[in-house]
Design a protein around this ligand. Structure first.
Ligand code: ADP
Length: 501
């Protein structure tokens, strides 16, 4: 050993080594070992405490993970419950939709309540259903609710009258509800008000036994919607019934009035017939002596009985003129009476109205000339219409005569005829004195004459237009007038054109 040491060291160090003995070396080695061990132990203890720290963290992490896993499971379960609830709600809402589709147009109470049955109660999660009217407490619907339950509901409603009357929403746990629950031990029920016009009209009661799993929010909601819907339905039915009643009353009133009117009309027709008969017989009676007077006056005027003094002749001429007017009047009255009593013989056939216009114009042209009136006819060469020629000729003559009477000299009279589809419109216009607006409707009445200085001068019977109107109406056509004071008047009437004319 000494030799070995000598090989590695030299000089004074070498001599020092050679002086160390074995125990010292052992001591040194043990010290070194001790230090190494100490160092190692320190290191191990540090590692251990680091492991402990990590272990604590790991445990914490594991417990956190466990908590989260529990939360996830809990959330999952809640989600499932929520999904079930949503599914249940959807099912009930879809039933509600169908129920509304079926009942929305029902306007009869019985038919509406017939839709509320056990099947319906099942569809919304209950076993039985009943409806009690309020405050009468009449059972209008009962789907398998036992008589004892019904009696309990009735007694309960009776004893809690004020509370029930002020119910605004579905209830099972109101003060009143609690009381009822006590009476119906082991049962679940919902009691909902059916409200119309702010009053509880009926109670909608849904019931199921407690073993069926309690009441869900969806069931309460559906019951609440149903109550509101039934209230609305009853409102609609009430409105419909009120409307129906009003309609019936109105119909009865109309029937009564129609009956009264028909009676009055019958009476008026009778009176009118009496009047026509009277006019007709008076006219007939008048016609015979008038014809004789007319004959004599004409012969006298024509001096067939000898020459007359001038003054007598002039007076006789006036008598003759007036007799002529009287004959005209009597004839017109007879025609009106005949038309009114439908005793006139009508001969409506296709005829050329334009030819008739020209003939009437020719007939009256001497009078136009003597009054220095301009005269114009604006009509197609021919136009065939359905008419009684003799009567329409009277129309033309009366209208043109009036135009002649009420137009001052140098005025103008125009007759026009226009076709529009199957209708011909004929007009007779003048540039005369015109008719006041307030008289326009009245001039077609019998004996009506406009009260003005002119009319006091121009004599007439007030029967001409009345006859004209009746003739046009006999043809089922229209007549009307337009007029402006001091500008002129136009009478229009229509006639039906012959097809392919
Ligand atoms: P009359 O001519 O015999 O008085 P009508 O029945 O023919 O009777 O006419 C009734 C009234 O209508 C006339 O009195 C007159 O005041 C008014 N009238 C009719 N036609 C015309 C016209 N073309 N211009 C102005 N007034 C008219």
């Amino acid at each position: 050993m000494k030799k070995a040491l000598c090989r590695y060291h030299s000089g004074s160090e070498m001599s020092y080594f050679f002086t160390l003995n074995l125990p010292t070396i052992m001591l040194i080695l043990s010290g070194i070992t001790f230090f190494i061990l100490l160092f190692y132990l320190t290191y191990i203890s540090q590692e251990l405490s680091s492991f402990e720290r990590k272990n604590t963290l790991l445990e914490k992490a594991i417990s956190e993970l466990d908590g989260q896993a529990k939360l996830i499971i809990k959330n999952d379960m809640e989600l499932k419950l929520y999904q079930d609830a949503v599914h249940d709600k959807l099912k009930k809402l879809s039933f509600l939709k169908n129920f509304i589709d079926v009942t929305i147009n029902i306007l009869d109470r019985k038919a509406l309540f017939a839709q509320i049955d056990k099947k319906m109660a099942h569809a919304i999660g209950f076993e039985n259903v009943c409806i009690l009217t309020f405050p009468e407490l009449e059972i209008i619907v009962n789907a398998a609710l036992s008589p004892s339950h019904l009696e309990t509901f009735k007694t309960f409603t009776n004893t809690h009258h004020t509370a029930v009357a002020s119910l605004t929403q579905v209830s099972s746990d109101l003060d009143v509800g609690k009381d009822l629950k006590r009476q119906l031990s082991h049962e679940d029920f919902l009691i909902g008000p059916i409200i119309t016009e702010a009053h509880v009209q009926a109670l909608f009661i849904l019931h199921k036994s407690i073993i069926s799993g309690g009441m869900t929010e969806a069931e309460k909601e559906v019951c609440s919607i149903l109550c509101m819907y039934l209230g609305q339905c009853l409102n609609n039915i009430n409105s419909f019934e009120a409307l129906y009643r009003t309609g019936e009353e109105l119909e009865n009133k109309v029937k009564r009035k129609t009956f009264e009117l028909t009676k009055t009309l019958d009476e008026m027709e009778k009176i009118s017939k009496h009047k026509s008969d009277f006019i007709s017989s008076v006219s007939h009676e008048l016609r015979t002596p008038l014809t004789s007077i007319k004959g004599f006056s004409s012969l006298l005027v024509a001096e067939k009985f000898g020459v007359l003094p001038q003054a007598a002749k002039e007076r006789l001429k006036k008598i003759d003129d007036n007799v002529n007017k009287l004959v005209d009047m009597v004839n017109t009255l007879l025609d009106i009476a005949r038309i009114e009593s439908r005793r006139i013989e009508l001969n409506i056939v296709p005829s050329d109205v334009c030819k008739l216009i020209r003939d009437a114009a020719d007939f009256l042209s001497p009078q136009m000339k003597s009054k220095q009136l301009q005269f114009e006819v604006d009509a197609p060469p021919e136009l065939f219409v359905y008419m009684d020629k003799r009567l329409i000729e009277r129309v033309f003559i009366n209208l043109i005569n009036n135009a002649l009477k009420f137009t001052p000299p140098e005025g103008k009279i125009t007759i026009q005829c226009n076709r529009h589809n199957d209708e011909a419109t004929v007009s007779v216009s003048d540039t005369g004195y015109g008719i006041p607006q307030q008289d326009l409707e009245k001039i077609f009445q019998e004996f009506y004459r406009v009260d003005n200085p002119m009319n006091r001068e121009i004599r007439g019977s007030g029967l001409g237009l009345s006859l004209v109107k009746r003739i046009i109406e006999l043809h089922t056509q229209r007549i009307w007038v337009e007029s402006e004071i001091n500008k002129g008047t136009t009478f229009y009437f229509t006639l039906k054109v012959v097809e392919n004319a």
